[in-house]
Design a protein around this ligand. Sequence first.
Ligand code: ZN
Length: 626
Amino acid sequence: MSLCAEGYFLSVQYTVSIVDAAAHLVDVLMQVSDPHPDGQILRLPNWIPGSYMIRDFSRNIVSISASCQGAEVALEKVDKSTWRAASCKGELQLSYRVYAWDLSVRAAHVDQTHAFVNGTSVFLSAEGFADEKHDVVLHRPQHDVNNLFRVSTTLTAGTVDSAGYGVYSAENYDELIDHPIEQGNFKQLKFDACGVPHEVVLTGACHFDEDRLIQDLKTICEYEIRFFGEPAPVDRYVFMVMVVDAGYGGLEHRASTALMITRENLPVIGQSEVSDKYLDFLGLCSHEYFHTWNVKRIKPAAFVPLNLAAESYTELLWFFEGMTSYYDDLVLVRTGLMDEKRYLGVLSKTLTRIQRGSGRLTQTVTDSSFDAWNKFYKQDENAPNAIVSYYAKGALIALCMDAELRSRSDSDVTLDDLMRAMWENWQATQAGLEEQEPQRIASQLVKADLTEFFDPVLYSTDELPVNDALKQFGIDLQWSPRLSSSDMGGTRADDHGEAKALPAAPWLGATIVDASGGVKVMQVMRGGPAEQAGLSAGDLVVAINRLSVSKADVDHHLARYATCTELPVHYFRLGQLFESQLPLLPAPADTAVLSVAQSEKLQTWLTDSARVGSNEGVSGTPAIIS
Ligand code: ZN
């Protein structure tokens, strides 16, 4: 906080009112204590940290006005998200109305049942006040006549009532926008992890095994806290969950995460078997919680200070999303929440996903990170051919790094040690990570130059050395043709534990969906049969070999004519009928089939948690100071 010339503290206060929930409108009264004498600049972020796309949240400000001591103050629009209030003496008041109807974890969603807001959607920043205290006053919505609503947020509570309505504060603007706020008649579950109070706040109708969820989340949180070392970097944490009929995603924050899941993702009461969808949800929680250390605190230097007006370019998303994606499921195995077979299934999916897209041969993982703003976050029909995911490839790089560090150090150094070294560095310096720092720290840990390992995996489109890495962990990887268009690989073990070898059936080389009269082409794979037949995204295929088609029977259809060299295909493009020949080509061997070759090695890798929670291991990590 700073003192202004007159001797009182500079501050910004926002009063947030849900004025018309049915119309999804939020009114904000913003009070700026001591506006700039030459006129006050006010700006709404164009993006939200953790989601690397320009979203122009200001487009949802439907009206705005300014006043000072009861007199109107002129507001000049400087650009799409910036205003300048004319010079005035005394407290500047901004009144603006925000339209909030974005069903996602990235913006704001308000109706009669609840109000979820991210600060980036509703809190204008006042230039020159970034490091000052920001207060938020929350009023109970008028339509909540039965007083059912409560507030959940990790903003610091000041004077609030038993439902949480009242005053909250943040030490600066960056903190203000990093604590989403939920209001509603939500379900609130509480648990403790390593002495830190945790909550799960669920909005939306849901009926599930609550004890199981909090027990499993406690297991995950305690593991991750001990992984990096106690004490936890938060004194309170909230999993803020919107439960919907369709939708999925999560966004990390410094002391909370906003999640969107379906009811199917929650554990069923009385069902002891763990469903894949519940494991997906636990993996999502594990992922976002890991970000509490890896990206919310350890972060790219390019994000320090945060510039929310424009794109912030970094090649490091392969590290922040890749490491986090590697550990999200690994933590589930290490804590016994996922068994070995299922883990190999998840791993084979990641391998298959990367292998299927020729984008891996077009874009490097560091380019994918740098261009996240206009490529990864703006994927179109050509994405599989042009883009490689820094999440999936990053996770496979993490796997290869883990193997490389172990083989270079006689298993003395693992990827766990790298993450802990990063954390120790951050605690010592709080500095952002320079673009090539992961390689530098990894090299220091094993006292070897790892350029030959890192250069091809990060800066080229060469295939990753996953085969060797998996072999080191006791796993055999074979590439097989897909059994069907929905086959993403797995263990495919027979009764004797050996992976089945299967013959290749013809494939279409395109993703399709059912449509009226046939199937609609969504994506065409580079060099595949569909591309050779001249098919494009958007085409409506009405017949193959003069027979009608649906998504469910295309595979069978092609398999039945496997001995032919080509089949006539009829399709509509822009309403015009075309005919061409679809070559019948065997599906490529792009499906990962994993089998356990050396069980002991696999166990060592999957249960490598001996040093977690023991001071010996953590203090034994070589100290790296940036
Ligand atoms: Zn993430």
